[in-house]
Design a protein around this ligand. Sequence first.
Ligand SMILES: *[C@@H]1O[C@H](CO)[C@@H](O)[C@H](O)[C@H]1NC(C)=O
Ligand SMILES: *[C@@H]1O[C@H](CO)[C@@H](O)[C@H](O)[C@H]1NC(C)=O
Length: 141
Amino acid sequence: MIKPDGIRGNFTNQIKRVILQSGFVIVHEMMFQLDVRNVTLFYSEHSEKSFFPNLVEYMTSGPVLVMVIEKTNAIADWRALIGPTDAGKAKVSHPNSIRAMCGSNSERNCVHGSDSPQSAAREISFFFGEISPGIIEHDEL
Ligand SMILES: *[C@@H]1O[C@H](CO)[C@@H](O)[C@H](O)[C@H]1NC(C)=O
Ligand SMILES: *[C@@H]1O[C@H](CO)[C@@H](O)[C@H](O)[C@H]1NC(C)=O
């Protein structure tokens, strides 16, 4: 997912270029304007945390671009490409990462990646309904 700061900062094309150059195939993509309800469901594991109101404000502040991307070892490879959660630290420790390019700090970190096959399945169906990687028809993009 490219979060609102990534879209607003005009990083979408650069991020997609990195995705494609890294051997991923973008099999599905759609823009969404999330509302409070969507963010509360999507980040339900964070709903009791102190940063949650800020997370809702951030994630509803503009559209997000959600993509289903495929390759062998996709989850680990995407997480390596985006870099550490804290984009401020990423600028120092992982200067070539996507978060170093477009993020600001641990809350405004411009992209999201699923952290396991289970969360990928949940997050894909959250946005796209009951489709699962491997059986997705390739859309005309
Ligand atoms: C956005 O980025 C593209 C290149 O990806 C560039 O051509 C365009 O001028 C930029 N637009 C703005 C408003 O910065
Ligand atoms: C977001 O929530 C609205 C209702 O508040 C719903 O209509 C919409 O489908 C939800 N979007 C997603 C991506 O879940």
